[in-house]
Design a protein around this ligand. Structure first.
Ligand code: CP
Length: 310
């Protein structure tokens, strides 16, 4: 296994090789052991400064990155667009170059525009980690999702994963499809036809419009939130209709002749894509996903920092 990443930035899973994912997981295994110790901190990145730039709301990703950085002993500064000079018209490049002039080495950025991280990586002198760019990619989410499947089922290769819901607006879906395919999983998507991107099959995934059949096929179901904030029109007749066809509840789960693993990236719309009794059941690994996010982000930051130091 290679001891370094093939990339200087984490802009999307699309730009990674299978060896990169293997290395990130091996490094995360080590950090997972570290964060379960009484002293959860290592001095690895005492010489690195990281700026977390969030131009869009976040709970899990923002807190998980900040915790990962602090566990690695990096210096951390946090920026929220809502309370910044972006509101006075300052551009993205000006904003970031001003932050970098304070000797910042790495930028973690969430932005509503697809490709914002790619654009930034071409214009500024720092390592960029994409923490979610519009409906494009959310690479660390896909890494922590695959890592959680590996932890629960022993491997990702050969596993059958169905991604259910609003695939069209989901950066989590696209990054997961790239990550799962790269590791040799079989992937299907399930959701209203209006919320499936045209030509989705060209990514090597199957389409199963019937939720029950999709669940009977899979080992893992990743339930996605309907992203109303990215919709300017209605994509299905009503929420009630959506729940009837694509909502996961205990009755459907109990009707399967097998156990499946339930995942959700959060935030959950309880009672819409998943009922509380399923989300809080032993089938669900939703909070394991969140816990693994810290180790995965520590691994990504640590490995990218090693490339900065070269
Ligand atoms: N899964 C995820 O990205 O959640 P947040 O939007 O809360 O960061």
């Amino acid at each position: 296994m290679s001891s370094e990443l093939s990339v200087n930035h984490l802009l999307g899973i699309k730009y990674l090789q299978k060896e990169d994912i293997d290395l990130i997981f091996k490094t995360a295994d080590h950090f997972k052991e570290v964060i379960n110790r009484p002293i959860k901190k290592v001095p690895s990145l005492r010489d690195i400064t990281i700026a977390n730039l969030f131009f869009e709301n976040s709970t899990r990703t923002r807190l998980s990155f900040e915790l990962a950085e602090k566990r690695l002993s990096a210096d951390v500064i946090n920026f929220s667009a809502a309370s910044s000079s972006v509101k006075k018209g300052e551009t993205l490049i000006d904003t970031v170059n001003n932050i970098l002039s304070m000797k910042v080495d790495m930028v973690v950025m969430r932005h509503p525009n697809p490709g914002a991280g790619i654009f930034l990586s071409k214009h500024v002198n720092a390592s960029i980690i994409n923490a979610g760019d519009g409906a494009h990619e959310h690479p660390t989410q896909a890494l922590l999702d695959s890592y959680s499947i590996r932890e629960k089922l022993g491997a990702v290769k050969g596993k059958k994963v169905v991604i259910v819901g609003d695939i069209l607006h989901s950066r989590v879906a696209l990054s997961n499809i790239f990550a799962l395919k790269l590791q040799g999983a079989e992937v299907k998507v399930c959701g209203p036809k209006t919320l499936l991107p045209k030509h989705i099959e060209s990514l090597g995934v199957g389409v199963e419009p019937n939720l029950k059949k999709a669940l009977e096929w899979c080992d893992v179901a990743n339930m996605l939130r309907v992203q109303n904030e990215r919709m300017e029109i209605s994509y299905f007749p009503s929420t009630r209709e959506y729940i009837k066809q694509f909502g996961l509840n205990k009755k459907i789960l109990d009707s399967l002749n097998k156990e499946i693993v339930i995942m959700h990236p959060g935030p959950i719309n309880r009672g819409v894509e998943i009922t509380s009794d399923v989300a809080d059941s032993d089938h669900a690994i939703i909070l394991d996903q969140v816990q693994n996010g810290v180790a995965i982000r520590m691994a990504v930051i640590y490995l990218l920092a090693a490339r900065i130091k070269q």
